[in-house]
Design a protein around this ligand. Structure first.
Ligand code: C5P
Length: 401
């Protein structure tokens, strides 16, 4: 769904076109968006807040001074919640207040308090729209980066014909969909593994690794934002599930992860193995805490864990496979070797150690596939994840569609 889990704040100001915004709420929700509606006092004379409440499934806010609503979600929180603000219809009065930075009601206050891009769909009588006062305000808003949607020309509710009609709900929705960029993984099921695995030695000790899970979580979030239905298989990490991820499976050991990924991958189009899976596990897990024997060393016998990616690539039908290669040296040659050996479609290689990699917020990746490669220079894991997802989508389409 193109707007899956997108958080859209719809502002409704006082104009007869407010009835069309009811339809807009429906159409936004059809594409998976979460919609919260804020009305000006004037808007409530055209459509009842109850109507928007029923359509959005959320309580509707009108006043800045509603203590109950402020306790549930304060206006600053609401301003931060929104990924996009769209005001439809935007009256001449609302645009004047926006142009001059007023914060004399909840909606205008939210517009000042939110970093979200602002979309404004004017609707008014053609004579009002043509008035220099209105046009000057429109110019101010445009210069400030506000996106004007419409108005259209045609018959008006007042009987006039001319410019000032609000765009149709589907046209407004189209603009919002476009504002989020293309959903390059739309309709695809993606499984992402992330984090370390813990291999138990006894009830209190384990062998683990320093993976934070952040790269994999960022990939899961970016894939969800690109329209995929994402399952995240997570090792032991203290990270919140990213927005838009539809299913999270928490695992502890490499064997658990192997089972969980294989089950999820059976129906998936793409698997991104960003987890740092333990290569070995103790052959025997002691049922009691191992005792220290002074002066004597301890030898642990380790058994090899099955390789998840190799198991998947051995299947006749399997998802498009993306592996990671975290290496401390000779990154390129190890990565290309791993690409072939594990039967992958793409590998994302990165250098670890010297402050880079596992625990760092930044990373740099070099992607390889049969016959090509691309370098993604050092950036935050979030930015890299989006770039990686774009590359995966491109390669997936080249070889699978
Ligand atoms: O061989 P190495 O562990 O360096 O390869 C890393 C890549 O292989 C990662 O994508 C990791 O998720 C995957 N892997 C796996 N199963 C394992 C070990 C690693 O799928 N048992």
């Amino acid at each position: 769904m193109q707007l899956a889990h997108r958080r859209i704040l719809l502002g409704v100001s006082g104009g007869i076109a407010a009835y069309k915004s009811c339809e807009l709420v429906r159409r936004l929700r059809d594409l998976g968006a979460e919609v919260r509606v804020v009305m000006t006092e004037g808007a409530t004379h055209f459509v009842s807040p109850t109507t928007f409440q029923a359509l959005s499934g959320e309580s509707v806010r009108v006043s800045l001074w509603d203590e109950q609503a402020e306790m549930a979600m304060g206006h600053i929180e609401l301003a931060r919640w929104a990924e996009r603000i769209i005001i439809a219809p935007a009256s001449a009065d609302l645009m004047a207040r926006l142009a001059h930075g007023f914060a004399n009601d909840l909606l205008t206050t939210l517009c000042l308090a939110s970093p979200a891009p602002l979309y404004v769909a004017p609707a008014m009588n053609q004579q009002m729209w043509a008035h220099p006062a209105v046009q000057e305000n429109v110019d101010i808003l445009r210069r400030r980066g506000v996106h004007l949607l419409g108005p259209a020309s045609g018959d008006q509710a007042c009987g006039d014909i001319g410019s000032g009609r609000m765009l149709e709900p589907l046209e407004l929705r189209e603009a919002l969909v476009a504002s989020f960029g293309s959903a390059v993984l739309h309709g695809l099921k993606v499984v992402v593994s992330a984090g370390p695995t813990y291999e138990d030695i006894d009830p209190v000790r384990f062998i683990g690794n320093r993976s934070s899970g952040r790269m994999g979580f960022a990939v899961a979030e970016a894939a969800a934002q690109a329209g995929a239905e994402v399952t995240l298989v997570a090792g032991p990490v203290g990270l919140a599930t990213p927005p838009g991820v539809v299913r999270r499976v928490d695992v502890r050991t490499a064997a658990d992860m192997h089972a969980a990924v294989l089950a999820a991958a059976a129906k998936a189009d793409i698997y991104v193995g960003a987890a740092a899976v333990g290569d070995y596990r103790p052959s025997v897990v002691a049922s009691h805490k191992l005792k220290k024997h002074d002066g004597a060393g301890l030898i642990l016998e380790l058994a090899e864990n099955p390789d998840i990616l190799t198991s998947l690539s051995a299947q006749t039908v399997h998802p498009f496979l993306v592996g990671f290669a975290a290496e401390t040296h000779d990154v390129a040659s190890y990565a290309q070797d791993k690409l072939q050996r594990k039967g992958l479609d793409m590998i994302a290689a990165n250098q670890v150690g010297d402050g880079l990699g596992f625990e760092a917020a930044d990373n740099a990746l070099h992607l390889y596939w049969a016959g090509g490669s691309v370098e993604l220079p050092r950036a935050s894991k979030t930015v890299l994840a989006h770039q990686l997802v774009a590359q995966v989508a491109q390669r997936y389409k080249a070889v699978r569609q």
